[in-house]
Design a protein. Structure first.
Lengths: 153, 555, 229
């Protein structure tokens, strides 16, 4: 068993792919820096290029420097699974932030959400008093006043 | 199969050589790399923190007997419920089943000599010890008043209690979880005995695999969250400072991305234990084995994507809330698959009413209540009414106590004879299980009603009309406390005086029951070879007199 | 079995074969790295969150960073990754302790240069009143959410600081490895049959490199800069 194992390893390793990989990484780094600092393709493209090159570089390091290209399927899943999982988190996070009312970047989302949020404030007078009575006399006055201020806008 | 002992009813002899006497002296315990000894180290330390957390629970219930705040100042009360949660969640529930029963039985069930990384396993216990000591230190200095969720900006800017100390403690304790998770996953992937294919694994193993996945992928996010809070408190960096545009909802996202799946870290291993107990005491294979196995993975994966239901009343967008609400209800599907399949396993089973089985039956009911109220809370509209009320408190106690703790106690009673070679059976274990079941329901069912009527959580005073239900709840807590105290006595007693168990006192299937009790240092005399599916129970005629013996001596 | 000839001490008691031991230890290492991805991922999530909320402030912040220094430092770190590959290669092919040590020294050297450059970059931030919570003054005032530039720099210091901390830990481990190589310790005899430790550590170092590969565009490049020299 262990004899096979040695043979595998013996003719497996050469430095050559790693040298090419290093040169490719140098090239990509230069490209991303040059494109961001000098070429400037405008609003979405610059960011997409920078991120695309970063993902390519990371994949090269994982596949070649870290020998994942020759590794078992299980190791491949481990190597990329973490990235996939955190990407899912980013997706949910950004999804939430972009659809929040008042987010600066996407004004288009605002009106319908705002309506839903602001509606009760306009009717605040009635709602406040009813709630106040339900809970008890002492609190009722306070509630009414708070809502009075809100309505005054 | 190295040695089979089915059908021997004769008096068993206590084995001469086993892991407990394989080495002597305190060093052989504190420097051990044997997974079975590490289980016992964890068992002792986890029990200590359960007791501390329980004491805090007692203080809370005592304060809430009367509507006035006569026992604590408001701030003291904040510290009491925070420390109750921190101790119970981080230092008891999360390590409870995986680090004790999981540690002991994963290698035994898959036929391995040890976990994949024994030194890492020991390191995990030391990490736990360091983290929990820091939390204890903070506790003696006065504790934390932020609630266990450490919501910013209160925890970062305003609170002047020992937030940083406890945060560092939880950070370090996180490593213990990560080490355990890495260890279990590597063990389950690479250490299985010949013939132990994925679908011959006991469901306990599947549940722990799913748990480990959460531990490895979730815990680091909590670690970075704590680190951000720590940096903010130490250097005033301002990650969550509203004056700079810091976003408290980001903290909640990061925190619940770990802490919601953490609930599944607590409940999944318990579900694994349930599968073992139910199969053993109905003498049937688990109904729909594949479905139960995959439902564990399904809970782990979908459970990761529902954290936003804790943020319905923060400024999370309504669209995100809708998605999270939908996914929350989706988790109910794999959970229901499990409950229905256990129910179907009971059907026409040859049920033995042993103490572990009492816990299992209790679990079935309580987990169902806890799960269904969870669906209620996951419903977007209803949650607005019940958010931060005692309904939520009751709901998660039904999951964490009725689910996770029942699994832990049931598992402890089930595996005790294997771990120590002597049984703890008879009247007192039954009484304790009964007291815990009754006490638990008396404590927490009134809280559903209180919450629905609108009593908010985390207040030390409440309107007088809530007093009757609160007194009921406190009375239940007293019964519960007696139920918890009993096992301490009879289990310690059983270590010396209990009936000698023999290799397979319950007549259960599975590799762990084929070696002697307590097992030898390397678990098996020779490498076991697996040739059967899990939970293969032969008809009683074949099994002889061995099988009903369990049922008889239990009652 | 010839595995007996390899020396019993190296096969731990709970494994059956060397193959199993090797695969298990690498699986463990990869799981640890997946954990690290989630750890840094949490910080990146904070970045993504705030960048979505305050894009102008983040562009203003990243324009305070010197793109060229970041670029050159990236090259330096890639070199350190290559020397690490060299060390692993030397171990895998039984090239002897000297070549392994050469690779490790090279890695420490390039890692050291990276950290020294980082030190001067940090120093410049202190001089330019860009240290959050200490002496921060927003570099650009007439943009929406100008005050949130401080959050950008909090993330800058937090993330590069954590990255540097990982490098320092790695360099500490390499120092121990070199000590073992030079004194000929039995655990530091790495050759074709036994190089798990070097290879496993190499994975860690490459991972640290990958973190920087993402930090560089996130902190320095996104936001279309004017050239810095």
């Amino acid at each position: 068993m262990s004899d096979n194992h040695h043979d595998d390893e013996h003719h497996e390793h050469s430095l050559k792919p790693h040298i090419f990989n290093l040169l490719a990484l140098f090239g990509l780094t230069t490209l991303t820096w040059f494109s961001a600092a000098y070429l400037k393709f405008g609003e979405p493209w610059d960011n997409l290029i920078a991120l695309g090159i970063a993902i390519t570089k990371a994949s090269l390091v994982i596949l070649i420097f870290m020998h994942v290209k020759e590794a078992t399927r299980l190791v491949k899943v481990c190597a990329f699974g973490g990235f996939f999982w955190i990407f899912l988190f980013f997706a949910y996070l950004v999804g939430d932030v972009l659809t929040r009312p008042g987010t600066t970047t996407y004004e288009g989302w605002q009106p319908d959400v705002r309506k839903a949020v602001e509606a009760p404030i306009h009717h605040g007078h009635g709602g406040g008093h009813e709630g106040g009575h339900g809970h008890g006399e002492g609190h009722g006055a306070g509630h009414g006043e708070d809502h009075g201020h809100g309505g005054g806008h | 199969m190295s040695q089979t002992t089915h059908g021997t009813t004769a008096e068993h002899e206590f084995p001469k050589e086993h892991y407990l006497n394989a080495a002597h002296g305190w060093k052989s315990w504190l420097l051990t790399t044997d997974h079975k000894r590490i289980c016992i180290l964890y068992l002792i330390s986890v029990s200590v923190f359960f007791a501390i957390g329980g004491m805090y629970a007692g203080m809370i219930r005592l304060e809430l007997v009367t509507p006035e705040g006569d026992l604590f100042q408001p701030d003291t009360y904040n510290r009491v419920f925070t420390m109750h949660a921190v101790m119970m969640i981080f230092f008891f529930l999360i390590p409870s089943i995986p680090a004790t029963l999981g540690n002991f039985f994963i290698p035994l069930m898959i036929g391995a000599k040890d976990v994949a990384f024994p030194k890492l396993n020991l390191a995990s216990w030391y990490m736990y010890l360091m983290g929990s000591s820091l939390a204890l230190f903070a506790l003696f200095k006065g504790g934390v008043d932020t609630g266990w969720t450490f919501y910013t900006p209160f925890s970062t800017t305003y609170s002047n209690s020992y937030v940083s100390t406890v945060a560092v403690g939880i950070f370090i304790n996180g490593f213990s979880s990560i080490f355990t998770g890495v260890n279990f996953m590597a063990t389950i992937h690479r250490m299985r005995a010949p013939g132990m294919t994925w679908f011959r694994l006991p469901l306990f193993i599947w549940a722990h695999y799913a748990t480990s996945l959460i531990m490895v992928l979730g815990t680091p996010v909590l670690a970075i969250t704590i680190l951000l809070v720590g940096m903010e408190r130490l250097f005033k960096f301002g990650f969550f400072d509203p004056a700079l545009g810091g976003d408290p909802v980001l903290f909640q996202h990061l925190f619940w991305f770990y802490s919601h799946p953490a609930v599944y870290i607590m409940i999944l291993p318990s579900m694994g234990v349930m599968s073992e107990i139910i199969a053993t005491f109905t003498r049937k294979p688990i109904f729909g084995y594949h479905f139960v196995a995959f439902s564990s993975m399904g809970i782990a994966i979908i459970g990761f994507l529902v954290w936003g239901h804790h943020l319905f009343l923060s400024s999370q967008s309504v669209y995100a809330s809708l998605v999270f609400s939908f996914l929350t209800m989706l988790v109910a599907v794999p959970s229901a698959v499990k409950v229905f399949n256990w129910g179907a396993t009971l059907y026409r089973g040859s049920i033995a009413y042993t103490t572990p089985m009492f816990y299992a039956l209790g679990f079935l009911g309580l987990f169902t209540i806890g799960g269904l109220t969870g669906v209620m809370l996951g419903t977007l509209g209803l949650d607005i009414h019940m958010h931060d009320t005692y309904f939520v408190v009751a709901h998660f106690h039904y999951i964490m106590v009725g689910g996770a703790l029942f699994g832990y106690l049931g598992g402890l009673h089930f595996y005790w004879p294997k771990m120590f070679g002597r049984s703890a059976r008879g009247f007192f274990p039954h009484l304790s299980a009964l007291l815990i079941f009754v006490g638990f329901n008396l404590t927490f069912f009134p809280q559903f009603i209180l919450g629905y009527l609108g009593m908010p959580r985390r207040y030390h005073v409440y309107p007088e009309e809530f007093q009757v239900l609160n007194v009921m709840s406190t009375a239940g807590a007293t019964v519960l406390a007696i139920g918890y105290a009993l096992p301490v006595f009879y289990m310690i007693w059983s270590l010396k005086r209990g009936e000698i168990a023999g290799p397979n006192p319950w007549g259960a299937s599975g590799l762990e029951w084929q070696t002697q009790s307590p097992p030898i240092l390397h678990n098996f005399e020779s490498m076991p070879v697996v040739t059967e599916d899990p939970y293969t129970y032969h008809p009683p005629a074949q099994e002889g007199a061995g099988q009903p013996a369990a049922a008889h001596s239990a009652s | 079995m010839s595995s007996q000839a390899l020396g019993e001490s190296k096969l731990h008691h709970h494994f059956e074969t060397y193959e199993q031991q090797k695969e298990t230890s690498f699986l463990g290492m990869w799981l640890f790295l997946a954990q690290e991805v989630m750890f840094f991922g949490g910080a990146f999530a904070a970045y993504v969150n705030y960048r979505t909320l305050y894009p102008e402030a983040f562009v203003a912040g990243s324009q305070q960073l010197d793109t060229t220094i970041g670029f050159l430092n990236t090259l330096v770190l890639l070199c350190s990754s290559f020397t690490m590959v060299y060390a692993v290669w030397a171990a895998q092919n039984s090239k002897g302790p000297k070549k392994i040590a050469l690779g490790l020294y090279g890695t420490i050297f390039f890692g050291g240069i990276f950290l020294i450059v980082k030190y001067f970059e940090y120093g410049a931030k202190f001089a330019h009143h860009l240290v959050p919570g200490y002496n921060f003054i927003p570099p650009v005032q007439d943009i929406p959410h100008a005050e949130s530039t401080e959050i950008f720099f909090a993330l800058y210091f937090g993330m590069t600081g954590l990255h540097a901390l990982h490098m320092i830990v790695g360099m500490g481990i390499m120092a121990v490895m070199l000590f073992g190589l030079h004194t000929g310790k039995s655990w530091a005899i790495w050759d074709r049959k036994n190089h798990n430790f070097v290879e496993g550590f190499g994975l860690y170092w490459h991972f640290v490199d990958i973190v920087w590969i993402f930090l560089f565009p996130f902190l320095y490049l996104l936001g279309a800069h004017p050239p810095s020299f």
